[in-house]
Ligand binder design. Structure first.
Ligand code: CA
Ligand code: CA
Ligand code: CA
Ligand code: CA
Length: 386
């Protein structure tokens, strides 16, 4: 029987339920898909827990990789969390043991640690095992774009029928348990939010980029994005087709006009939401207030308020850097004023970008909000010409 190539097994662990068509969870309650990743928790016992692919796969001229979001407490010297390939009673693995990145193999009853390096959380973010024409490579990467080879050797066993395992455990009794987190199994990370660019210039909403759930209330016209409310207590908008990663990135937009700010329940916002929609960051004009806000587990919290000033709040930006999320505004997209900053309130690597308008109550009239230049920074040269 010919098994499918190992790269065909993919999982983003995003729906917070282990996919039992893909994985057998033999770790019980110690293994959960939550927070849009896979989290495996040890106890103090000398034991191990994990999930293994339901089916067998072929590693030859193929690969497996996974993001090591967090290996857990690396000061526990016998603790390990690895990506493991089981071939009959033999296996090979790459991952963390204590505070080392290690490659191990167990072939014909003999265990060998073939390579190790002191674990570096900023470099060893992704781990991979691949095979190419008779050679196996154990690699790591900070970003999936550039991989560094830690060890390679001729195929130690036949690799056409492997089971794939994500495993944690302790070789000895430890002082405490710890949680290891994996994500993006054979799934490349999302592009950065700054790569979602739209000038809204051709007066036709780009359906390769956007899903319009606002119907005729949303139009690309006058070389802008215009979203119009009705008098109803209702919302209209668009969202990006794809997910994006805000970490070390930004999303900025020109707010041409929020609409009639005298309507007390009117809202117009740039929003980034997780896939389930329970966690969000918002930059909005609500009535006549500029508001930075977040939603965590469906609970909305306004974080900062200032009276909206059309002369000052011309551009809105949300960005992330080194674990903090920033809300900034600008007159010209060149000089920015920080409005609010906090430790990253939600997971920012799998975000959908929204433009939304609406009223939380019935209003006396509708109004039109206008955005433009998503992630397009004006250069002084452009200003001269416009
Ligand atoms: Ca799942
Ligand atoms: Ca995920
Ligand atoms: Ca367009
Ligand atoms: Ca435009």
């Amino acid at each position: 029987m010919v098994n499918p190539k190992s790269w065909t097994l993919t999982d983003n662990f995003n729906d917070n339920s282990i996919d039992i068509t893909k994985w057998n969870n033999w770790g019980g309650v110690q293994v959960v898909e939550t927070n849009q990743d896979l989290e495996l928790t040890t106890t103090t016992a000398a034991s191990y827990w994990g999930i293994t692919s339901v089916n067998q796969y072929d590693l030859t001229n193929s690969y497996v990789f996974v993001k090591m979001v967090d290996p857990g407490n690396t000061s526990l010297t016998s603790h390990f969390c690895t990506l493991k390939l089981d071939i009959g009673s033999d296996y090979t693995e790459i991952g963390i043991n204590g505070d080392y990145l290690v490659v191990n193999k167990y072939v014909s009853g003999i265990w060998t640690q073939t390579a190790s390096a002191i674990y570096n959380s900023s470099v060893h973010k992704w781990i991979r095992i691949r095979e190419s024409y008779g050679t196996v490579y154990w690699d790591y990467s900070a970003n999936t774009q550039t991989w560094t080879n830690l060890w390679s050797e001729a195929d130690p066993v036949i690799l056409t029928s492997i089971y794939i395992t994500l495993i944690v455990g302790n070789n000895s009794i430890e002082a405490s348990g710890t949680t290891s987190k994996f994500d993006n199994f054979n799934v490349y990370p999302n592009p950065k939010t700054e790569t979602l660019i739209d000038s809204f210039n051709d007066n036709s909403l780009d359906l390769g980029k956007w899903n319009n759930w606002g119907g005729i209330q949303v139009v690309e016209t006058n070389q802008e994005l215009e979203l119009t409310t009705t008098t109803a207590a209702s919302y209209f908008g668009i969202n990006s087709i794809n997910q994006y990663d805000l970490t070390s990135s930004y999303v900025l937009v020109r707010l041409i006009d929020p609409g009639n700010t005298s309507l007390a329940s009117h809202d117009c916002e740039l929003q980034c939401s997780d896939i389930g929609g329970n966690n969000k960051i918002h930059f909005q004009v609500y009535a006549d207030w500029l508001v930075a806000a977040h939603t965590i587990s469906s609970v909305y919290t306004g974080l900062a308020y200032i009276t909206y000033d059309p002369a000052i709040h011309k551009w809105l930006r949300m960005r992330e850097n080194s674990g903090n999320t920033y809300w900034d505004y600008s007159i010209d997209s060149l000089t920015w004023t920080n409005f609010w900053v906090e430790a990253d309130p939600i997971i920012l690597t799998e975000l959908t970008v929204y433009f939304i308008v609406g009223n939380s109550s019935i209003e006396v009239s509708g109004t039109t909000s206008k955005f433009d230049d998503l992630n397009i920074i004006y250069t002084p040269l452009q200003w001269i010409g416009s």
